[in-house]
Design a protein around this ligand. Structure first.
Ligand code: 7TS
Length: 386
């Protein structure tokens, strides 16, 4: 068997249809959309189609803004730093509420803002690795400028009660941002149903290209730009538009919506099969309940086996997994999300994340169960802690 990719929460394969749709923009339709000549203007209809696809995918309405960014990291930074410059620095508010399990681009932005004097409340997760809406309600004060809670966690796959949290914020008159990177294509993201003010996403997490993301901004709201420069995006985000990326991300969004039923049924079936297979190994622990997670993710801890050792062993057999966010893979610290969930320090080094996509096959899952089971046995036989 060829290599097996079970790290779809880190990035995904570009859908061949997306790749094909992007092809004309490298050497034929390569104009800068801000140029006045035909090379520039001929891509305008293509951009409009792509933007419409993004609006439809999120169920955004006329008047809402969808800013194109380079990635979710930029989208998240735009919100957090925008709120800082717009509300906090002007002395109106000085408090942000977030969680202990956000992606580093939110967590480290918050840390930076703390260094600027902002107060940040990091809400812990409960035994199901979730943050409850009530915890958000209690954390909000009259100084709170923003609540930022991810839609689904990248490590555990746990879905947060985003609708309830958004409604709490709305009732309290506090702005609400959600990092929906791991939700797009996995659960329904409907911004008419969920009254979030800001939402971030990244094209490469749902079979689109890398280097392009988006930030939804609810009608009537404004954020100061993170990138100042030209008048692109009406001055809200400067920099030449990534035309191929936008076209690709637009189509990827449409395909993600079209495939949501499949993702929920077939991807979930394969993930459950994988999980059931791995649960037959003795002394393993899967984080949180299946019904609380996105359909493609399982985070499993194998007692006595370092996650990293298991990752390398699996990699040798051609299986790509992860011990957590690739963005934190250079740090030797225990996985902060796993630490936050409250597993003991011994277990916090043992976790491994497997994440599927609609391109994952049954054959791959069968092979992964067998290979994982053998690798866990092999590593346990030389483990000093088991
Ligand atoms: N937010 C979440 C929830 C993410 O999972 C990631 C990437 C990002 C933001 C950043 O996205 P980017 O496109 O700006 O880099 N998460 C992971 C991961 O879990 N493993 O590798 C990258």
């Amino acid at each position: 068997m060829d290599r097996i990719y079970l790290d779809n929460n880190a990035t995904t394969i570009v859908d061949p249809l997306v790749k094909q749709a992007m092809e004309p923009y490298w050497c034929e339709r390569y104009g800068n959309p801000n140029s006045l000549h035909t090379f520039g203007t001929e891509v305008h209809p293509d951009l409009r189609i792509a933007m419409n696809r993004l609006y439809r995918g999120l169920n955004a309405q006329e008047g809402d803004d969808i800013l194109i960014t380079s990635c979710a990291t930029e989208s998240n930074n735009t919100v957090l730093k925008g709120i800082y410059f717009d509300l906090i620095k002007k002395g109106k508010k000085n408090h942000i509420v977030t969680t202990t399990v956000e992606h580093p681009c939110v967590a480290n932005s918050c840390k930076f803002l703390e260094s600027q004097g902002v107060k940040v409340t990091y809400l812990p997760v409960n035994a199901d690795a979730r943050v409850e809406a009530d915890a958000v309600r209690h954390a909000i004060t009259d100084k709170t400028a923003l609540v930022s809670v991810m839609w689904a966690n990248n490590e555990t796959g746990v879905i947060f009660p985003i609708k309830e949290i958004a409604e709490v914020c709305k009732a309290k008159g506090v702005l609400f941002h959600t990092d929906a990177v791991q939700a797009i294509g996995k659960v329904r993201v409907d911004l008419q149903d969920v009254p979030a003010d800001f939402l971030s996403l990244s094209g490469h997490k749902f079979h689109g290209p890398k280097g392009v993301g988006a930030l939804f901004v609810r009608k009537g709201l404004k954020l100061p730009p993170l990138l100042h420069g030209g008048e692109q995006m009406s001055g809200k985000r400067a920099g030449t538009l990534n035309v191929a990326g936008i076209v690709g991300m637009g189509l990827a969004m449409e395909l993600a919506s079209d495939n949501l039923g499949y993702e929920n049924k077939e991807v979930r079936r394969l993930r459950d099969k994988l999980e059931d297979g791995l649960l037959k190994i003795k002394d393993v622990l899967v984080i949180s309940r299946r019904e609380l997670r996105v359909p493609n993710t399982v985070f499993i801890s194998v007692r006595g086996v370092e996650g990293e050792a298991l990752l390398w062993d699996l990699n040798k057999s051609g299986i790509a997994a992860s011990t957590g966010s690739a963005c934190a893979s250079e740090s030797l610290e225990a996985n902060p999300v796993i630490k936050a969930i409250g597993l003991g320090s011994e277990l916090s080094h043992t976790g491994i994340r497997l994440s599927l996509s609609r391109f994952t096959t049954e054959e791959e899952i069968d092979f992964a169960i067998k290979t994982f089971t053998e690798a866990a046995g092999r590593l346990r036989s030389i483990s000093s802690t088991y």
